[in-house]
Design a protein around this ligand. Sequence first.
Ligand SMILES: Nc1ncnc2c1ncn2[C@@H]1O[C@H](COP(=O)(O)OP(=O)(O)OP(=O)(O)O)[C@@H](O)[C@H]1O
Ligand SMILES: [Mg+2]
Length: 414
Amino acid sequence: MSLIESLANPTRSVPPQAEFVAFLADEQSTETVERFALARMMPHTYIRQGNVADATEFMAKLERPPRQLVVDISTSAMALSELAALAEVCAPSVSVVVIGERNDVGLFRELLRMGVDEYISKPLTIDLLTRLLGGPGAVVAPVHQVRTGKLVACVGARGGVGVSTVAANVAFHLAHNVDRRVVLIDMDPFGGPMNILLGTQCNNGLGDVLKNVRRLDTQYMERTTVSLGGKLFLLTAQNDLDSPEPMDVAALRELVSELKRHFHYVIIDMPDRAGPAAMAVLEEAQVVALVTEPSVYAARETARLIRIAETRDAHVPVMLIANQPRQSGRGELAMRDFEEAVGRRASHVLPYDHDSASRAENLGPPVVASRGALAMALKRVGDDLAGRQLEDKPKRAFSFRDHPLLRHLLEWRA
Ligand SMILES: Nc1ncnc2c1ncn2[C@@H]1O[C@H](COP(=O)(O)OP(=O)(O)OP(=O)(O)O)[C@@H](O)[C@H]1O
Ligand SMILES: [Mg+2]
């Protein structure tokens, strides 16, 4: 929306893009901010009378996050928890400025801790806003980045356990049903399944972006990612199978930390559980979604991966997802034995559902768009990542020798 349009048509509901968004509790403050925006010739503004809840509802609908959000807590009964709810729908890159009536250092500190960039107490004046919000010598630029997104590393204890299924569905659910901005990276440089699972076309954006990490701004990101419904963005590559190019691990680390500034979730579908690129992702992750299945081999590899995630400097919580990608037979480990063997309970158990999984894989849309038991279980994984605290403490130290089946296997191999 142009400046003229935005001034001539102030009641338009949700603009396609807004660079500066403000919700003020009273008419006088709203007018002051409007005059400030006009004086600074700000394009793409959205300034309304409203409270934190109005701002939260608006931000959840907005497809592209603004540069700056001004929100007024003077009518909020529970300002901090209302702001926490706002932070949930507000991409980490947004500079948030809070307006209030109290001039209180304790409150200011608390707000800074939450990632708010500035607190301004009323009454508002154009001079004050210019000094603190914009114009030469403004206090608020650059943003100090307290809020950053979460990297979720999806890794499998062995091949074919359902890592890509979990990554695709959790990303889809968080973007479509929980209103989070999500970027999903298929880390298989030779063409992983993500484009097929989500019905998109590979544009080789991952290779491109790894070569130009330093140039990663909003416009470049929009050009290199494939967008799916406004909140989900995909980065994939499809190098020739005989391409010798290795993954640039330093660039990958940089890419992830840059993406975390722009998205609530960076979800990586890892094709391997070993090697330098895999280790870098596990190290950078805020959560490792470890997908496994109840088999002896998967139990051994699960235990090894848990040890890797938990003994590194950055202790990463592990969400253990026990999937059943195959119909269980008589030789399978019972879930209880499996949990006993790895020394912890699964955070989530996904049921076997061949029809839903293969329909989603071959025809689309992803499983979570349907209603079956597998869809519900996958949604719960996403909800867990979006909110509930993860239980990351092992029940007890794991030892292979404790489990009769594994002991038998080790003795047999010795
Ligand atoms: N709970 C389930 N019930 C039935 N089929 C499933 C289930 N989970 C996954 N599958 C199917 O199992 C196959 C492997 O799943 P997926 O590709 O997600 O695994 P992966 O761990 O990413 O494999 P890879 O090692 O090849 O990367 C797919 O055909 C998928 O549809
Ligand atoms: Mg896979």
